[in-house]
Design a protein around this ligand. Structure first.
Ligand code: XMP
Length: 520
């Protein structure tokens, strides 16, 4: 087959939680790629003519009747293929090898030994005993190889860790090279793409930008697009991208739900005027949101109510705008994966993210989500490319439902105001201490707990604020940021001294997992 898209890689999603990490690693290597669903795979590949195909992992068992299948034709197209976990198992299953359920499931770190010298394992890092650390997550295993395949690596327990039909350029890895705990994972993916598939790494954020501009123009035509603006990095980048693509056909709507940070609405409006060349509609709907959330304490209900109300307001505003056909949103990949899925994916829902989960079926606008495949740092890079200033680009992520999900229990106006003040002090102190840009996300949570204190000579009985500071690269996992003792003391003193209604400050020391970043 003649390759038209010389450097394009297709990643076939079989439903793994880490499919997007594969995309991320490929882009880090500088290669252009796209995720596609496993359904209609053959025709999709014929149409796209990729230079390589990577099959992701997934939760199914390849030997079960209802599991996602792989059209045998795909394996005969002379396109190099790398199957990861389920991807490797489905290659074996399709070509007549044997996959079965293992009596010892492997999760977490493991060590592999290379059996056969191969380009795939060129330059990988070994420990003293000639083993290389990888990350496994599987319950099934390959026990018999298809014709023409060799085992390229095994685990210490003698299980097959990698297979290959070198003549046909079809490879499989039982472990996950996309995960950072596989020490040489990125090198292995790079070996496959560059050494085996001979792809020239030439992908840059400008390419993504140019491709998006063309696609947005094509999709929108003469219609108008409404964009939900929150002032955060994601929605600002989407607005700037659309503004650049379609100019005046973009109308941004900024809904204030009442859970923004202190004076945030003013800041958002001013920034919009300064950096965008489109129309802005500002709707202050805080009263409605407070009313709808009265007596609601369950986090999922809060999220659902806010999401639903938000969209309702959008619809109402959209109806006032002639020819409005599209709704643009700054949905990022972590929102997509944690809310549910990419097409055909069975991964479990953790939270109903505001941008995705709350969309009612009756929505009359077609969604445009140009950042859907990007991680936060890539969005920041795109924002820079679009000319946005660093005070917008470097802003910490802020969730769609805003401060409402940082107030466990019932939300009241009084609590929101306390949290706004505490948050302002915290962010101010971080900036003064030159820590803001070292931290991925920092915020206060107002706990539904009052405790006794002594301030001056009097007894106090006030709320508790918990501070959170995490480091992360994509929001999918996070570690806590360790503050110095002096900083914590100073901050605690400032919050209690400057914020009325708080007499105790706690420091949240939980990573993600097991906790999530937000409290709700
Ligand atoms: P969690 O709490 O799920 O958060 O670990 C991961 C990242 O996503 C942000 N977040 C949201 N962002 N809409 C958003 O746009 C939402 O509904 C939402 N909920 C959480 C969170 O702040 C963190 O950066």
């Amino acid at each position: 087959m003649k390759n038209k898209n010389l450097n394009k890689v297709l990643v076939v999603d079989f439903g793994s939680q880490t499919t997007q990490l594969i995309i991320r690693r490929i882009r880090e290597i500088g290669v252009d790629c796209e995720i596609i669903s496993y359904s209609n795979l053959y025709s999709n590949i014929r149409k796209n003519r990729p230079k390589a195909i990577i099959l992701s992992g997934g939760p199914a068992s390849s030997f079960k009747k209802k599991s996602p299948k792989l059209n045998k034709q795909v394996l005969k197209m002379n396109i190099p293929i790398l199957g990861i976990c389920y991807g490797m198992q489905i290659i074996c299953q399709t070509l007549g090898g044997k996959v079965q359920s293992s009596n010892r499931r492997e999760f977490g770190k493991a060590e592999i030994k290379i059996l056969k010298k191969n380009l795939l394992f060129n330059r990988i890092v070994f420990s003293k005993n000639n083993a290389s650390q990888v990350w496994m997550s599987h319950g099934d295993e390959v026990v018999a190889l298809p014709k023409g395949f060799d085992a390229l690596a095994k685990t210490k327990a003698n299980n097959i860790a990698s297979i290959g039909n070198i003549k046909k350029n079809i490879y499989g890895l039982q472990f996950h090279p996309e995960v950072i705990h596989t020490i040489s994972g990125k090198i292995i993916i790079e070996n496959f793409l560059v050494k085996i598939c001979k792809i020239q790494p030439d992908w840059k954020i400008e390419n993504f930008l140019n491709r998006q501009i063309i696609e947005i123009r094509k999709k929108v035509g003469k219609e108008r697009v409404i964009c939900g603006l929150s002032g955060g990095v994601d929605s600002s980048v989407v607005a700037a991208l659309l503004s650049k693509s379609i100019g005046k056909s973009l109308i941004c709507i900024f809904v204030n739900h009442g859970f923004l940070r202190k004076e945030e609405e003013k800041e958002v409006i001013n920034n919009f005027k300064k950096y965008m060349n489109s129309k802005l509609v500002y709707v202050n709907a805080s009263k409605t949101f407070y009313l709808k959330l009265k007596n609601i304490t369950d986090p999922e209900r809060k999220r659902k109510i806010i999401g639903k109300e938000f969209i309702k307001i959008f619809e109402k505003e959209a109806q006032k705008i002639k020819n409005a056909k599209f709704l643009a949103q700054g949905t990022l990949y972590p929102d997509v994966i944690e809310s549910k899925k990419i097409e055909g994916n069975n991964s479990k829902a953790i939270k109903s993210h505001h941008n995705v989960g709350g969309l009612p079926k009756r929505l009359n606008l077609t969604l445009i989500e140009p950042l859907r495949e990007l991680f936060k740092d890539e969005v920041r890079e795109l924002g820079k490319e679009l000319g946005l200033p660093s005070n917008i680009i470097q802003r910490h992520p802020f969730p769609g439902p805003g401060l409402s999900i940082r107030i466990p229990g019932e939300i009241t106006n009084k609590k929101v105001n306390i949290l706004k003040e505490a948050d302002k002090v915290y962010i101010d102190e971080l900036k003064k201490s030159n820590l803001y840009n070292k931290i991925w996300q920092a915020f206060c949570v107002l706990l539904p707990v009052k405790s006794v204190g002594v301030m001056g000579d009097s007894r106090s009985y006030e709320y508790t604020v918990s501070i959170r500071a995490i480091t992360s690269t994509d929001g999918m996992t996070a570690d806590i940021y360790y503050f110095r003792e002096e900083f914590l003391k100073r901050l605690s003193g400032r919050i209690i001294g400057e914020v009325k209604g708080v007499n105790r400050v706690l420091f949240d020391i939980t990573s993600k997992p097991p906790a999530t970043i937000e409290w709700e």
